[in-house]
Design a protein around this ligand. Sequence first.
Ligand code: GTP
Length: 206
Amino acid sequence: MTHLGNYKLVFLGDQAVGKTSIITCFMYGNFDTNYQATIGIDFLSKTMRHEDTTFRLQLWDTAGQERFKSLIPSYIRDSSVAVIVYDVANKQSFINASKWIEDVRAERGNQVIIALVGNKPILFIEGKQNSKQVSIEEGDNKARELGALFIETSAKAGFNIKPLFCKIASALQGTETQTWTRQEDLVDVNLKPMTNLSHSEQQQGN
Ligand code: GTP
């Protein structure tokens, strides 16, 4: 087993797009429908195993609210990975994702891996009839244009959360060659209700 070091990941994106929910789903395998805005910046860490390599990930969850924006640049400066989240049912959050990517590039150039994440793909994955305002193609095209990885996730359905972190891990290993979503990433739908892991299982992941 190889240990590939510690990596800082910063989660960016508009208010209520699902940054905290993605992190919570990855860390604990659960989902909370109640919205609690992140105040300032939250920090969690997790050891992840990917293809015989362990990664120690430091996850920095930023607040989407405008009043906390001034805190964010110093976290961008320090991070090897920026995960930029938008809500597929909120076009403005997708438009604003470009601004986040530009800010990260301005600060870190090519010294950073950027993952663009379209969260809450309700129509297809969560089975609701809400309108999807951003298509998978639009997300994919923006990611290609801006040199980012791309994936759609549902923190609610637990869909594509692990593949998101696997893509990031592959990119950290230098083996991620495709910057677009492969077909198999789109069909791995898991609608089983998620159960809370026991406390000891949570600890194992840390
Ligand atoms: P800030 O802390 O304000 O920046 O928000 P955030 O981006 O961390 O969003 P958060 O994870 O708190 O989620 C906002 C709301 O969206 C909550 O009510 C979540 O339950 C809901 N939500 C998050 N992910 C999903 C998803 O995949 N599907 C659905 N339907 N709702 C989601």
